[in-house]
Design a protein around this ligand. Structure first.
Ligand SMILES: *Cc1c(COP(=O)(O)O)cnc(C)c1O
Ligand SMILES: [Zn+2]
Length: 420
């Protein structure tokens, strides 16, 4: 599986992972399995030896899926790189969508081609690989679907057992996907928060089960840095002006920022992009705090069509995003459900990309920012479209049937000719 990874450089770069550092109190730890800082409960960040990486990382690029960037990822032994050839997703120029929105250099990073249909594959690859590296026998998480199908898939691929806890009301296509790949899909009555409380007690007690969920795994977060590496490399190691990112737990947003920061450190790009945090109006704690200039005030999430971002309390990661927005001249935007659904349709009609509503929320954010003049028309803008539309659950299509009548059908085609 890992034949393409350069053996000599693997040896040279073996010591590149320097350990973990607490973002809150600065305490340092060796590379061990920790979810939070044992001193203060803060978020942990993987640290690297930059001198070593500057000398050898460029020549070492190569490997399956996100492991192309293995020098910048926290798994040491290539034998533990678990992959379904995730990542390497298309970065598509979107001229028709751009014309509709008034953005003349618009790009879509389309994550729907990942093996499980969302960008969760990136973080699941590093989380499950870390589980393997630390000698765990199983993985677990609480999920409404996308995270669960990715973790179950990568665990199966790694030969690890997986225990997936999901609310009964999750979408049927996702439940079937998880049931197929997981060792145990445990359906639970109750909302996400209630399920998470019991899960937290469980995961603290069971031995050898790697926590792939929650809001705080440094090893999970790292995998999503690969999205930033791919965007920069696709542009010939250039930075786009703006990257628009959906925010649920905030993993992808923070990881993209860290990924661009890594590349600046290596001298492969010159600057980081301006980042846009997109939340739903019903789960907007980060953007509200950014807009009003106060600290994060979590509140329960309401219902939205963009279920992947319906997180009311992103915790310490939300505070981290606030810091990034303030430090990096970032922006926040919160489209309404009808704007999200309009963006979903527009993306399909103009570029032929069928994304779920959560996947389309970044496009809805771009539309809003272009309309109110916040984004310059010639800015190079990348929208992260985080999922395929094929895993969603939709009500029956309301549309009257036509008879098999030649005249009626000809009329349909004639009517559309030349019209938009
Ligand atoms: C999980 C998810 C998100 C949110 O990503 P975070 O990294 O949790 O902020 C966005 N879109 C889709 C499709 C997801 O599955
Ligand atoms: Zn700490």
């Amino acid at each position: 599986m890992i034949a393409t990874v350069n053996r000599r450089l693997t040896h040279t770069l073996q010591e590149r992972v320097a350990g973990l550092r607490c973002r809150n109190c600065g305490a340092r730890f060796p590379k061990v399995y920790l979810r939070r800082c044992p001193e203060c409960g803060g978020l942990l960040v993987v640290q690297y030896d930059w001198e070593l990486l500057r000398s050898a990382a460029r020549d070492a690029l190569g490997g399956p899926g996100i492991w192309r960037y293995w020098p910048l990822l926290p798994v040491t032994d290539p034998a533990h790189f678990v992959s379904l050839d995730e990542g390497r997703t298309p970065l598509l120029h979107a001229p028709r969508l751009g014309a509709a929105l008034g953005l003349h250099d618009l790009w879509i990073k389309y994550e729907g081609t990942n093996p499980t249909g969302t960008f969760k594959d990136r973080s699941s690859a590093t989380a499950v690989s870390s589980a393997l590296e630390f000698g765990f026998w199983a993985t677990a998480l609480v999920t409404t679907g996308n995270g669960g199908s990715a973790v179950a898939s990568y665990s199966a691929r790694a030969g690890l057992k997986s225990f997936i806890f999901a609310p009964t009301h999750s979408a049927q296509p996702k439940l079937h996907h998880m049931a197929a790949c997981a060792t145990e899909l445990v359906l639970v009555e109750g909302d996400y928060d209630a399920i998470s409380r019991t899960y937290k007690q469980l995961i603290d007690q069971v031995e050898g089960v790697f926590d792939c969920g929650g809001l705080a795994s440094p090893y999970k977060l790292e995998g999503k840095k690969s999205l930033a590496y791919e965007v920069a490399e696709s542009f010939g190691w250039q930075t786009p002006d703006v990257v628009i990112c959906p925010v649920g737990t905030g993993d992808q947003f923070v990881a993209a920022w860290l990924g661009f920061e890594d590349l600046v450190r290596l001298g492969w790009i010159e600057r980081r992009p301006r980042m846009v945090c997109v939340q739903s109006t019903v789960a907007d704690s980060i953007v509200a705090a950014w807009r009003e200039g106060h600290e994060l005030r979590p509140r329960p999430a309401g219902r939205t069509v963009a279920e992947g971002v319906a997180i009311g309390d992103p915790g310490a990661k939300g505070e981290w995003i606030l810091d990034i927005l303030r430090e990096g001249d970032g922006l926040g935007v919160t489209p309404e459900d009808d704007e999200i659904l309009a963006a979903q349709r527009l993306l399909a009609k103009t570029e032929g990309l069928w994304a779920g509503p959560t996947g389309a929320i970044a496009v809805a954010g771009a539309a809003r920012l272009a309309r109110d003049g916040t984004l310059a028309h010639d800015a190079r803008v990348v929208c992260i479209v985080s999922e395929t539309g094929l895993k969603g659950e939709y009500p029956p299509l309301k549309r009257a049937a036509t008879p098999p009548d030649l005249g009626v059908w000809q009329e349909i085609i004639t009517r559309r000719r030349g019209a938009s």
